[in-house]
Write a protein that binds this ligand. Structure first.
Ligand code: NDP
Length: 231
C-alpha cells in the first residue's frame, strides 16, 4: 500500500520538488500550502505552520484521505534578513516561529500515530547556514541550527519505535527564496560551481525517507555542492 506522506510548504520550490519526487516513487502525498492554490496533481491542504490548529487540521485531512502519516517532511520556511544591529524582535521571533517552532508543531502532531504504526520517517529541511552562519541571517541560522538539536533529540526518543529523524541541509538552491540574491558572488564559493536544482534536494529526501535508509537516524545530510564542507 502507498505510504501516507505529508510535506509542508509543498506548493512551490524545494517542497514541491520533494512532493513530486515522493509521489513519483509511489507514495500518497499530501502537501500543505499557506497561500495561493494547491499544486496540480497533488492533494493539497491549507496550513500555516505557525498555527497548531492549522497543523492539526492538515494532518486530519491527510489522514482522512491517505491514512496515518508515515513520512513527514518539514520544509516550510521563511527568511527575514537583516544585520543584527537593525533586526527588530519580530524579525527574529517570526523566523523562529515558522522555521523551528513550525517543525515542532508538525513533528508533535506526527509522532503519536507513528508510534502506533511502529514506523515512521521524519525529515527536517535545515540549511548549510545553520552550521556556517551568514551575515544578515542570524535569525534564520538560529532557526536552522535549532532543527538539528531538535531532530537528534527526537531520534533518541523514538529510535526504539522504528522512527527515524534526519535533517537534510541544502546549500544554495534555485527557488523564489534565493531569486534576489547575488548569484555570482555565492556560486564562486561553491566547489561544484553552481546552484542546486530543487530536484537534487528532493532525491536525497526520497532516499532518507526510503527503506534503503533504515539504519540512518539523527544524521545531518549536506546537499550543498560542497559549500559547507567541514561543517
Ligand atoms: P520558497 O520561498 O520557494 O518556499 C517556501 C515554502 O514554505 C512555500 O511553500 C511557503 O508557502 C512555505 N511557507 C513559508 N512560511 C510558511 C508558514 N508559516 N506556513 C506554511 N507554509 C509556509 O523556499 P524554498 O523552497 O527555497 O525553501 C524550502 C525550505 O528549504 C525552507 O525551509 C528553506 O529555509 C530551506 N532551504 C532553502 C535553500 C535555498 O537555497 N532555496 C537553502 C537551504 C535551505 P507560501 O507559498 O504560502 O508562501
Amino acid at each position: 500500500m502507498a505510504r501516507s506522506v505529508l510535506v509542508t510548504g509543498g506548493n512551490r520550490g524545494i517542497g514541491l520538488a520533494i512532493a513530486r519526487e515522493l509521489s513519483a516513487a509511489g507514495d500518497a502525498v499530501a502537501v500543505t500550502y499557506r497561500s495561493g492554490e494547491p499544486p496540480e496533481g497533488l492533494f493539497g491542504v491549507r496550513c500555516d505552520v505557525t498555527s497548531m490548529a492549522d497543523v492539526e487540521a492538515a494532518f486530519d485531512k491527510a489522514e482522512a484521505e491517505h491514512g496515518p502519516v508515515e513520512v513527514v517532511v518539514s520544509n516550510a520556511g521563511i527568511t527575514k534578513d537583516t544585520l543584527l544591529a537593525m533586526m527588530k524582535e519580530d524579525a527574529f521571533t517570526d523566523v523562529i516561529d515558522a522555521n523551528l517552532t513550525g517543525a515542532y508543531r508538525v513533528a508533535k502532531r506526527a509522532i503519536r500515530p507513528m508510534m502506533r504504526l511502529k514506523r515512521g520517517r521524519i525529515v527536517l529541511i535545515s540549511s548549510v547556514i545553520g552550521m556556517t552562519g551568514q551575515a544578515g541571517q542570524a535569525n534564520y541560522a538560529a532557526s536552522k541550527a535549532g532543527l538539528i538539536g531538535f531532530a537528534r533529540s527526537m531520534a533518541r526518543e523514538y529510535g526504539s519505535r522504528n522512527i527515524t529523524v534526519n535533517v537534510v541541509s541544502p546549500g544554495f538552491v534555485a527557488t523564489d527564496m534565493t531569486a534576489d540574491l547575488d548569484q555570482e558572488q555565492i556560486v564562486t564559493r561553491i566547489p561544484l560551481g553552481r546552484q542546486a536544482a530543487p530536484e537534487e534536494i528532493a532525491r536525497v529526501v526520497r532516499f532518507v525517507a526510503s527503506d534503503d535508509a533504515s539504519y540512518i537516524t539523527g544524521a545531518v545530510i549536506p546537499v550543498d555542492g560542497g559549500l559547507g564542507m567541514g561543517h
